[in-house]
Ligand binder design. Structure first.
Ligand code: GDP
Ligand code: MN
Length: 383
């Protein structure tokens, strides 16, 4: 789950990372008051959870507070669109930060290298808004430093990597310290990404995180209740945000056959079968174990919020989940939600006889196997 820049900076400051002063504003008056505290020399930055804000017009430098206020007025309520996020996001708040002088812009990040089963620190002298282009055209300009999980990082290893990345000597001492802070923050805060771009080098010789992006591992969110509200606006898709509110494991995929199953493996398998049958899955949705009628209903409702969905495939293997409970859930959901699209259900396992009996004579099309279910829903939906 992505944190906003201001939250990321607060978090990193607790680990000793040098960040510019600044506060969040929700309107022009707020922004102007904060800008006044910095003598009007501020940068106003849209707080939206998407990349490429600068290029999208969401970041602007000022030398007087009134202009910073006016720009804030302009930004709030506006939808910013970037290459990274073509659908765009609406600005609800801005960060008004102390303007710093920048001589050079470096790039630093910490993430997990799954193949190496280690954290990796990425370092580049060529930071700033074109880092994607650098990665593509000059991959050698990005130095990778792996973190041994048993030993951590030693200063000499970091220094060697900084030398390889051509970071000026004068900046290396501070960058060693910053990298160590980033790695401890990553581990202790259950992050899955930390990125500082730009990591600014100032004319008076200070290394400052001018931008910061921290993402927290969603599986560890139960340990970080403080981010409850961010979880919702962090989802880039409104349906995924709704799923988070409902506590449903849902991923939108862009196709038109809705898929519900229990257990991640069974759901993925069902999606594969839909694809094999010539269909395009609209989503991943795991209804979870021991699903009760109410929950099944909530899941069906969520899937139908996607206007592209033309058919629904339900694939349940009842272990903990009783098939008759699922059948009741499906029936009441279809009833109350006035579902018009074709629905095929394959239910097997605990209480499957009772479950199938409940569905008998309804508009739900039964199937014996997953393959048969996938073929049936594809032919009905695309008929
Ligand atoms: P992003 O486009 O969403 O990554 O937004 P950033 O926070 O990285 O800002 C984009 C660019 O604005 C940076 O690469 C800097 O060149 C510039 N910028 C941001 N903050 C400051 C600042 O305090 N001082 C100066 N001089 N430039 C800044
Ligand atoms: Mn940036």
């Amino acid at each position: 789950m992505k944190l906003h820049e201001y939250q990321s900076k607060d978090l990193l400051a607790r680990y000793g990372v040098n960040v510019p002063g600044g506060r969040v504003a929700h309107d022009a008056a707020d922004a102007q008051a904060i800008a006044d505290e910095f003598g009007g020399k501020v940068v106003v930055k849209a707080q939206v959870l998407m990349g490429g804000r600068g290029k999208a017009g969401g970041v602007k430098l000022f030398d007087n507070a009134a202009a910073a206020g006016a720009f804030t007025q302009e930004l709030i309520g506006k939808r910013l669109v970037s290459i990274q996020n073509p659908a765009g996001m609406v600005v609800e708040k801005v960060l008004v930060g102390e303007l710093i002088d920048i001589d050079e812009e470096y790039y630093l990040s910490v993430l997990l290298d799954r193949a190496a089963a280690q954290l990796v620190v990425m370092i580049s002298k060529e930071g700033g808004m074109d880092i994607e282009e650098v990665a593509e055209k000059h991959p050698e300009a990005i130095v990778r430093l792996h973190v041994d999980p048993a030993w951590g990082l030693s200063d000499f290893e970091i220094r060697a990597a900084l030398a390889q990345a051509n970071i000026p000597k004068a900046a290396r001492g501070q960058m060693v310290a910053m990298i160590k802070s980033l790695v401890s923050a990553y581990l202790r805060e259950d992050a899955d990404l930390i990125e500082i771009n730009p990591c600014a080098w100032t004319p008076d010789g200070k290394l400052i995180a001018a931008d910061a992006k921290v993402s927290i591992d969603e599986n560890a969110l139960f340990r970080h209740k403080e981010y409850g509200d961010t979880a919702e606006d962090s989802a880039e898709d409104p349906l995924e945000a709704e799923a988070t509110r409902r506590g449903i494991a849902y991923v939108r995929l862009g196709g038109d056959i809705g898929v519900i199953g229990n257990g991640a493996g069974l759901v993925m398998c069902s999606m594969d079968e839909v694809t094999a049958a010539g269909g395009r899955p609209a989503n991943f949705l795991d209804v979870g174990g021991g699903a009760q009628a109410e929950r099944v209903k909530s899941c069906v409702e969520l899937i139908l919020m996607d206007p592209n969905v033309k058919g629904l495939l339900i694939n349940i293997f009842g272990g903990i989940t009783r098939c008759d409970e699922v059948a009741k859930g499906i029936l009441s959901a279809l009833d109350e939600l006035n579902v018009q699209i074709p629905v095929v259900a394959r239910i097997e396992g605990t209480a499957s006889e009772e479950g199938r009996a409940l569905l008998q004579g309804t508009r739900i099309v039964p199937a014996q196997t997953m393959q048969e279910a996938a073929q049936k829903i594809v032919s009905l939906a695309y008929a």
